[in-house]
Design a protein. Structure first.
Length: 180
């Protein structure tokens, strides 16, 4: 479900230059299910994403993106809080590695190209994450350094994406991999 939402948010903010989108799992409150007649209503979509968050597109360096990925595995958390990512972004993590070095740098790729830690990228998150929600303070630091681009409400982005991709087929391409 988080993958679908991240894909929808990326599609809705491409005109703001977005290259990748991140979605926090706590912002997803229900699964999306088609009704017996094959329909899905706005109420169904709103049940899945009930917060009416605004999409925010930020500019961040590759190094900042890596740092955000590392924040998923903060020692302050009892368990990792994995952000879902949009299509075209992928990485591998290893919980056996030390905190702050769990995401394998060479594995972070955007559209098949390794992330350049010195280069900047445009990414979309909801306004909760952009404000540092769920402990992802690096998003807030990026938002304060430059004027972020505000987009539509997350639920409206999801509705538009579902309308243009119905019936929704889950993309099975690996995005986030855990080393065992």
């Amino acid at each position: 479900m988080g993958r679908v939402i991240a894909d929808a948010q990326l599609a809705a903010t491409r005109n703001a230059g977005a290259q990748v989108a991140f979605m926090n799992p706590g912002g997803i409150r229900a699964a999306l299910d088609y009704g017996k007649d094959g329909s899905m209503t706005y109420a169904d979509i709103f049940t899945a994403q009930p917060f009416n968050n605004t999409l925010v597109t930020l500019t961040m360096s590759g190094a900042q993106i890596k740092a955000v990925l590392e924040q998923q595995f903060s020692e302050r958390r009892q368990r990792p809080l994995i952000l879902q990512v949009s299509k075209g972004f992928r990485y591998t993590y290893d919980l056996r590695r030390s905190t702050g070095d769990r995401v394998l740098p060479e594995s972070i790729k955007l559209d098949g190209v390794p992330l350049n830690f010195a280069k900047t990228y445009r990414l979309t998150v909801n306004d909760y994450l952009a404000a540092g929600g769920d402990g992802f303070q690096i998003f807030n630091q990026a938002a304060q350094k430059q004027e972020p681009t505000l987009g539509i409400q997350d639920v409206d982005a999801l509705e538009a994406w579902i309308q243009s991709h119905s019936p929704v087929m889950m993309d099975q391409t690996p995005r986030i991999e855990k080393m065992e």
